[in-house]
Design a protein around this ligand. Structure first.
Ligand code: F3S
Length: 286
């Protein structure tokens, strides 16, 4: 059985940067906390914990220890709250997410309603909404456009969660125009998609054509990993999303000649190596 790795996958620049910054901060400042998980990956979180980084769920749990803001970012009010508490802040927000936050703020200041195409419960989206002074709406699907209020300002700015696919974002904007043309006097579309994500999705799509099984590695909560799996499934190939090598079942590879492997932006190289080793082991046992 041939195992083919996607040409682009795994740790993106934003996650690598955040993990490096947190490792350096714990070395220099000692034990600290992060507001939420650093990345959607249990192995990475476990390793950082060994180095003295504990995860807290909310600002209310902040003590005197330095606080890290994760790569997904937080709302402006959380930043101000942390500043008011006087704790040292290590801000590892990915610069691509910061750009989205700044656009949200600027559009609202310029009198636009802001629509963020993405999952309203995702940390990145909640953070971006929090820079828009409560004048932004998260819309997770094309169908949910119908739920937008009809008394929004007629000037509308549209952003996307960074991990969405190009195709879905384009379809969203097209449908928004079709459904709400009568209420829109000006539409500004800001491409806030992340290049790292879109090129990983393109690589997964290309690989899906060459194989008869795809394994996508990454945290279950990881939006970009889930989108990678969706992209592969959309190409018609059987696809499994796993967090670790141990989840791969022998039956999955029965009768397969070529297996493709890709990994989300928060998946470390070791997790990919472990999956490849597991696939080889299962193949030898066939
Ligand atoms: Fe940043 Fe893109 Fe990674 S937004 S955290 S570089 S997936």
């Amino acid at each position: 059985m041939e195992i083919i790795l996607a040409s682009e996958m795994g740790f993106c620049f934003g996650v690598r940067r955040a993990v490096d910054m947190m490792e350096e901060a714990t070395r220099e400042r000692g034990p600290m906390v992060s507001l939420g998980s650093v990345v959607h990956n249990p192995q990475v979180v476990g390793k950082l914990k060994e180095r003295g980084l504990d995860v807290i769920a909310s600002v209310d749990e902040v003590s005197s220890r330095p606080v890290a803001i994760t790569a997904h970012g937080v709302s402006e009010s959380v930043v101000r709250d942390l500043e008011a508490r006087g704790v040292p802040i290590v801000d590892t927000t990915c610069p691509i997410v910061t750009r989205s936050q700044q656009w949200a703020k600027r559009l609202v200041e310029d009198g636009f309603a802001v629509i963020v195409f993405g999952d309203p419960n995702h940390k990145e989206v909640r953070g971006v909404l929090g820079w828009a002074d409560d004048k932004a709406y998260a819309v997770p699907t094309v169908d949910a456009i119908d739920d937008l209020p009809h008394d929004m300002p007629s000037r509308v700015g549209v952003l996307s969660q960074t991990t969405e696919t190009e195709g879905h974002f384009a379809e969203f904007v097209r449908t928004l125009l079709e459904k709400r043309m009568d209420g829109i006097s000006e539409l500004r579309v800001i491409n806030t998609l992340c290049n790292a994500t879109t090129s990983q999705q393109a690589a997964a799509q290309e690989l899906a054509h060459k194989v008869d099984l795809m394994i996508v590695i990454g945290g279950r909560e990881s939006a970009n990993t889930r989108h990678l799996a969706e992209v592969a499934r959309d190409e018609g190939v059987e696809t499994y999303h796993v967090e670790s090598a141990g989840e791969i079942e022998p039956a999955w590879i029965e009768g397969r000649e070529r297996v493709g492997v890709t990994a989300g932006a928060s998946t470390p190289d070791e997790a990919v190596d472990a999956v490849v080793a597991r696939l080889r082991e299962l193949d030898e046992g066939r």
